[in-house]
Design a protein around this ligand. Structure first.
Ligand SMILES: [Zn+2]
Length: 308
């Protein structure tokens, strides 16, 4: 009997976890399988795997950034779950990551502003970035980027910035102008000052490397963070230390969940094993904080049936 109750409790815990709504602020709709269009069989297979992982882990919304053709294709398959975001700039017209498929169908490095405005105003796109200025050797406040931030601020579109580093030898292997120094999150400050209403997401935020991140959150309340891939690449203790930095500074409410295309189960486990986080803090990281940041708190409402 005891055993039966034990396994029932386990099942119940599983059901509650499965019902936990999650917002993933860092997903990529781009070629993972082959350098080619989204309907290349290998790219279709990679897309299906990504979308299945979102469904399996109750990811109710995923901020998906990528190339124009991929955004459109993925959206047709999962229209309700994805928030679409173009990646920019694209040095030479191509995305620097993985396979170098063109970002925009016209081959441009930066999209036409009126074209992009129409995409946001029609509701087809909902976010901007991952912003890859660092890969193109540009500062975050490069004058070529400012009109895009102005557009995002005007329309209330959140902008997500790649920060920190990249895989080893990025400058030699893919992107000659890539510099680590251009990924220091403090370099976002001129953008934050010039566009005080811009909703900013710092991707790959790591206060263990950049302690000033915590002070930036205090100084600039419009800034949120996302912590991939440290949930996966740091040893558990070190990742928990990273989380504690936000908790101790009372900044947990600015932390969102993101995977950067990684395994959802592994990422979620890295947070769930942080027993110093309250259930409320965990819920906020998994969904509520991003819901607030995106202006979509309703996405995090748990179905009553799922709670029973
Ligand atoms: Zn990134």
């Amino acid at each position: 009997m005891k055993q039966l109750i034990g396994s029932l409790l386990l099942m119940l815990a599983g059901a509650v976890w499965a019902a936990q709504p999650v917002i993933d602020m860092h997903v990529h709709a781009w070629p993972y399988g082959a350098d080619g269009p989204p309907d290349h069989p290998k790219n279709i297979a990679a897309m299906e795997k990504s979308l299945a992982s979102l469904a399996e882990h109750n990811v109710v919304l995923a901020a998906a950034s990528g190339q124009q053709a991929f955004l459109e294709y993925w959206h047709q398959v999962a229209p309700d779950r994805l928030l679409l975001a173009p990646v920019l700039p694209c040095e030479g017209g191509v995305n620097p990551n993985w396979f170098q498929y063109r970002c925009f169908e016209d081959g441009s490095e930066l999209p036409d502003l009126d074209w992009l405005r129409a995409k946001y105003e029609s509701g087809e796109y909902q976010l901007m970035g991952e912003i890859f200025t660092q890969y193109a050797g540009m500062r975050y406040d490069d004058s070529r980027m400012l009109p895009y931030y102005a557009l995002a601020e005007e329309l209330g579109i959140p902008v997500a910035f790649h920060t920190h580093s990249a895989p080893p030898l990025t400058a030699n292997r893919c992107c000659p102008n890539f510099r680590m120094s251009l990924g220091d999150p403090m370099q976002l400050e001129p953008v934050l000052v010039q566009f005080p209403k811009l909703k900013v997401l710092i991707m790959h935020a790591n206060p263990l490397v950049y302690p000033m991140l915590i002070d930036m959150l205090a100084q600039y309340p419009q800034v949120y963070v996302e912590l991939s891939p440290f949930d996966r690449i740091l040893v558990r203790e070190r990742f928990h230390e990273l989380l504690r930095r936000f908790q101790e500074a009372k900044m947990i409410r600015r932390v969102t969940f993101g995977t950067d295309g990684g395994d959802h189960g592994r990422s979620l486990a890295a947070y769930r094993s942080a027993d110093f986080l309250s259930a409320r803090e965990l819920d906020a990281i998994f969904c509520g904080n991003a819901g607030r940041f995106l202006g979509r708190p309703e996405a995090c409402k748990v179905e009553t049936a799922a709670q029973e």
